[in-house]
Write a protein of this length. Sequence first.
Length: 183
Amino acid sequence: MRTLVVYESMFGNTRHVADAIARGLASAGTVSTVPVTRADDEDLSGYDLVVVGGPTHVHGMSRASTRRGAVDTARTQDVTLEPDAASEGVREWLGALPRTHGKAAAFDTRADGPVLLTGTASKGIGRKLRRLGFELVAESESFLVDKESRLEEGEAVRAERWGRMLAQRAGSTRAETPSALDE
Ligand SMILES: Cc1cc2nc3c(=O)[nH]c(=O)nc-3n(C[C@H](O)[C@H](O)[C@H](O)COP(=O)(O)O)c2cc1C
């Protein structure tokens, strides 16, 4: 099985989660993990599974304005900005993709708290993936950061387990091919 993991990350947490998910997926084949800023050249039809994740900003996927906010946050908090952090996010990348088909899954990182208060970027990512024609092989999943924007203990292990589960699901379900009715 060939899997592509595309992630957006400002402070590194979503990258760590993406890497952990990729370790879990690696039990079932080859995995390419790329930041969204380098995903434009990827041919998604070459993959059996596409996994997309990003940080939750203002209850959903980041925008240019919230990424600027994160850059400001990095000036005052003990966090390090990822390369290209303030450029394109998953919202823009997904928005530019053509209609397609295949299997996919969505994840995010967010603050630890009731989802009604925090929001969750993966819900929007999953919705967009479905609209593009993907079949989601699992419910979208959140991985939690603490108040200092650091991944909580145990979350990387949970992400690796989630990756293994995705590999099993993607291996055992058949992706729907687009029908003329979908066009
Ligand atoms: C501008 C900004 C807005 C944020 N808004 C939310 C939010 O609405 N809900 C939430 O749970 N976390 C929010 N956060 C926390 C981020 O989800 C957290 O920093 C992110 O998951 C860390 O991932 P990263 O290290 O990959 O950037 C926000 C962070 C920033 C910088």
